[in-house]
Write a protein that binds this ligand. Structure first.
Ligand SMILES: [Zn+2]
Length: 506
């Protein structure tokens, strides 16, 4: 029988590497084709890509199996399962596997991942994941001697080097396209980017750098709510020109709307940028921690994730809020505002700062993020397989999340109106934008240098009960404007304050 006969490790490794090339790299060669101009040079580049991929995968499988034997086979099998999962992301959502995306995958909660799951992934997993695993374990292998191992490694290294150095003229092309193409090479993209993600995490988890001391120069009783939206894009807000009525609730609230641009296209970096004074890879003291040190009472309520460490005892995750308010509807972000009035009223500080970190427009299951009565645009997309939904259904589902967000903002303003003797301010901004099928790109997370405008253009909305506050006319603001504007609202003076990044006039 076929599986009874032992085969040489080199044949085994070559078979696996050929399967990897054919099964997992259609997206790679399609993307590569988009950047090629035809002619002999294109042939050279494609040949090089094929040889390098075959060579690297051969080396990878050969060395793992030779050194690890059964353990090596287990690791190889795991990479096929992971390859299959990544392929689903790459094919269905045009995901580029970067360190940022690996961070999302590794830190994500089950609920977020389950949004991607549907029955459509089963054949993928069977054919691209389970089938090669069966081969990996069932095939009997003749491992061979030291000498043969060194010979095989030498030949494959030679092929890789010859292909790379035979294409030196194309190195600029490779350099220009490496981020995009490298991110869809299996299994390298997620292995390399997982390592890069953890390196980055270690960097970021260094102790935060304290900002210079602030002084409070006002004794007014102030409440500020910073509402951080998830994936809310600018051009879907009627306050900023969208033809559909998505801001029907705040339309009558005299909300000031700014065009804003995000500093990032993924949650952790977007939220960090909103909370810090400047763009910096270092972790500086973030706004809630800084305000708390200046004597402000800080509250944080989240149905999302990914913020830098917040040092307040009044920190509530969504599940903690569920426990606190068992009678409330815990399916939607409305829970974030449950009992908030009582929390604020119970604070004995003159200044209260509340951060609401919402989840409302997170894809791809937009239609599950809002209560049924907010389904004002119909019909909506109700599957996560983008090939099965129309653009109109996708737009409808997404726009409904904006309508629901707008209602939540109106609820905050109504809450402020129940404190007529206090100075109040609502600041609303998104962590990043969202792609809704433009050029076949969905969701977000494309590296900044290549990110389409939809992923960076976000709204910033402001409302205040203090009529003496003057808004500056600014054509476009950034996420750091939040930090400086909130300092001014609270009347807090700090060497870290930057007038140019403040939306309120002095
Ligand atoms: Zn986000």
């Amino acid at each position: 029988m076929f599986f009874k006969k032992k085969i040489k490790l080199s044949t085994y490794s070559f078979a696996l590497s050929l399967f990897t090339l054919v099964a997992f790299h259609v997206p790679f060669f399609m993307r590569m084709g988009n950047h090629l101009e035809g002619g002999f040079n294109s042939v050279m580049l494609v040949t090089m890509a094929v040889l390098v991929m075959l060579g690297l995968d051969f080396l990878f499988y050969y060395l793992l199996a030779w050194l690890g034997r059964f353990v090596g086979k287990c690791i190889i099998a795991l990479t096929f399962l992971a390859d299959a999962v990544m392929l689903i992301g790459v094919v269905n959502y045009d995901v580029l596997v970067t360190d940022e995306i690996m961070g999302c995958v590794l830190k994500t909660r089950y609920a977020e991942v389950s949004g991607f799951l549907s029955w459509g992934v089963v054949p993928y997993m069977l054919f691209f994941g389970v089938l090669p695993c069966i081969y990996v374990f069932a095939r009997k292998v003749e491992y061979g001697s030291w000498k043969r191992m060194l010979g095989s490694v030498g030949i494959s290294l030679g092929v890789i080097l010859a292909a790379v150095f035979g294409n030196m003229k194309n190195w600029p092309w490779i350099d220009r396209n490496s981020t995009e193409l490298g991110s869809v090479i299996m299994p390298w993209s997620y292995i390399v980017n997982t390592v890069r993600f953890y390196q980055g995490e270690r960097q970021r988890n260094r102790k935060e750098i304290l900002l210079p001391d602030a002084t409070s120069v006002s004794d007014s009783r102030d409440i500020c709510v910073l509402f951080i939206a998830e994936s809310a894009r600018r051009d879907r807000f009627s306050l900023l020109g969208y033809e559909r009525e998505t801001n029907r609730y705040t339309a009558a609230d005299s909300v000031k709307a700014y065009n804003a641009l995000s500093s990032a296209t993924y949650t952790t970096a977007g939220v960090k940028a909103i909370l810090e004074p400047v763009d910096d890879p270092e972790l500086y003291e973030i706004l809630p921690n800084y305000l708390q040190r200046a004597g402000v009472d800080v509250w944080w309520r989240t149905s999302n994730w990914g913020e830098p460490p917040v040092h307040t005892a009044n920190y509530y995750t969504f599940s903690q809020l569920k426990q606190r308010y068992p009678q409330a509807d815990s399916r939607y972000d409305g829970l974030l505002l449950e009992g908030l009035r009582e929390d604020i009223a119970g604070s004995d500080s003159t200044k209260v700062f509340v951060v609401i970190h919402a989840y409302t427009s997170h894809g791809p299951s937009y239609n599950t993020n809002y209560p049924p009565e907010f389904e004002v645009f119909k019909p909506v997309a109700n599957t996560v397989e983008m090939s099965k939904v129309t653009q109109e259904e996708l737009d409808n589902a997404y726009d409904n999340t904006i309508v629901y967000t707008d209602w939540l903002l109106h609820q905050v303003i109504e809450l402020f109106r129940s404190f007529p003797d206090r100075r109040c301010c609502l600041l609303f901004i998104s962590d990043h934008g969202e792609s809704l099928g433009e050029n076949n790109i969905y969701m977000h997370g494309i590296p900044l240098s290549m990110a389409p405008r939809e992923q960076r253009e976000i709204p910033m909305l402001v409302w205040s009960s203090d009529k003496s506050l003057q808004y500056k006319d600014l054509p476009e603001v950034g996420q750091h404007h939040v930090f400086h504007s909130i300092l001014r609202f609270f009347g807090i003076e700090s060497p870290a304050f930057n007038e140019e990044m403040c939306i309120f006039a002095p």
